[in-house]
Design a binder for this molecule. Structure first.
Ligand SMILES: Cc1ncc(COP(=O)(O)O)c(C=O)c1O
Length: 419
């Protein structure tokens, strides 16, 4: 069988797929692995109780059950949820949006696929455009989402040292090249993998650049405001007619509901809806029906602020204290300032082995993290820094297992530096 260029590209081995296969193989080995690699949200009993109650109601009421199981929504998504989301965004965030500014997709991942290919790749006039990441490391899931080759460009971040054990990436505007070759700017806020939250000033600067170049600014709020609210620092929610905000129900605790939310101007929403009709016919409405009431009453934001965020903050405090206790202080370990998400991003400057080798050694000891080199999407050179970092999920395992995992990480890092 001969595959098309599409078949070849999407059927070939991608970084994310190798990584997932590798983790899958480790799990299939039957060993008791400490999984600190993936992006699974924590299982939070108080949140699960809310979903359990709502699921029971959906199952008990025939007309609700029919909506969940037996009826297609329009390609733009479930109209009731969209109306309620628009009201919520107007009331709680002050965004001037109506139902015509919102579309639902099967997970925000599917939304990114549509958006990226709407704004980058070949254009009718023969030109070619790219998605510009203001800084890398960035979300690994973007890496292969372009239909064409050479789809992303990224600038190196500026690294600000904040004391001995913390640093923060900042957008290096001097390095950022935005011009005719740029189709859109995209940044996750907070950023997976680093937990960075680009500042309000950085967002405003990016917005000004986007507007000046007549391209959209895409802000990926999968972990952000208003839900699930995994931001531990000051960050003003940002949206305007030139900005596309992508949200998700996944990190609230519903990754299998596959519900992504795109907030954009009407033209973009219409294009997303039409694309969704071709690719998916309709989006699944399980997530919509499960969360309709929470959105209608605004409880989704209160749940995020009062239950979800504090849960992760507590976990973060725990992992920070473990790191300070377990890591050998004679070696140059540091973590990115943890401003959001569920990950700690660790940097081992001048590490004598690569982060991939460190990943292998940890895997041999039944601890799974992610080697940082996967996340430097759009960085064309072989920057040493990309081989010196790992991403660690501090929320998806019990505290006892996190403690065990951190101890093993500390031992292996020490061995790597000191033999
Ligand atoms: C930054 C970021 N954006 C988007 C996604 C996609 O999430 P989903 O498709 O589950 O909405 C993820 C998933 O981990 C993520 O980390």
């Amino acid at each position: 069988m001969k595959l098309s260029a599409f078949g070849e590209k999407f059927g070939s081995t991608t970084g994310i797929q190798v990584l997932m296969d590798d983790i899958g193989d480790a799990l299939a080995s039957g060993r008791d692995m400490i999984l600190m690699g993936g992006g699974n949200p924590a299982s939070i009993p108080a949140v699960e109780a809310v979903f359990q109650a709502r699921m029971a109601r959906l199952a008990a009421q025939p007309e609700l059950l029919n909506q969940v199981l037996g009826s297609y929504d329009p390609p733009q998504g479930n109209a009731t949820l969209i109306n309620d989301l628009a009201a919520l965004f107007r009331q709680r965030l002050g965004w001037q949006v109506s139902a015509r500014n919102i579309a639902l997709t099967n997970g925000s991942q599917a939304g990114f696929f549509m958006l990226f290919n709407m704004f980058a790749g070949p254009f009718k006039d023969g030109t070619q455009r790219q998605i510009q990441l203001p800084l890398a490391p960035e979300y690994i899931g973007y890496a292969d989402a372009g239909l064409g080759a050479d789809f992303f460009a990224a600038a190196h971040p500026q690294i600000d040292q904040l004391g001995q054990r913390e640093f923060k990436y900042r957008v290096c505007f001097d390095e950022l090249e935005i011009g005719d070759q740029t189709g859109a700017i995209c940044v996750s806020r907070p950023t997976n993998p680093t937990g960075n939250v680009i500042t309000d000033e950085e967002v405003e600067h990016l917005d000004a650049l986007a507007q000046a170049n007549d391209i959209p600014l895409i802000i990926d709020g999968a972990y952000g405001v208003p839900f699930p609210g995994l931001i531990f620092t000051q960050a003003t929610p940002f949206w305007n007619q030139n900005t596309i905000v992508c949200l998700s129900l996944s990190k609230l605790g519903l990754p299998t509901a596959r519900t992504g939310i795109v907030v954009a101007n009407e033209e973009v929403i219409q294009t997303v809806a039409r694309t969704n009709a071709i690719i998916n016919l309709a989006s699944g409405n399980f997530g919509a029906l499960l969360t309709q009431e929470l959105v209608h009453t605004g409880e989704i934001i209160d749940l995020s602020n009062q239950v979800v965020r504090p849960y992760y903050e507590q976990r973060l405090d725990f992992v920070k204290s473990l790191l300070h206790r377990e890591m050998d202080n004679t070696i140059p370990w540091a973590m990115h300032k943890p401003e959001g998400t569920m990950f700690t991003w660790m940097w081992f400057k001048d590490l004598p082995i690569s982060s991939q080798e460190l990943y292998e050694r940890l895997k041999a000891r039944d601890v799974i993290v992610v080697s940082g080199h996967h996340f430097f999407i759009g960085i064309k050179d072989d920057w040493q820094h990309r081989h010196e970092c790992i991403r660690v999920n501090y929320a998806a395992q019990t505290p006892e297992r996190i403690e065990k995992g951190i101890k093993i990480i500390a031992e292996e890092v020490r061995k790597a530096y000191l033999g």
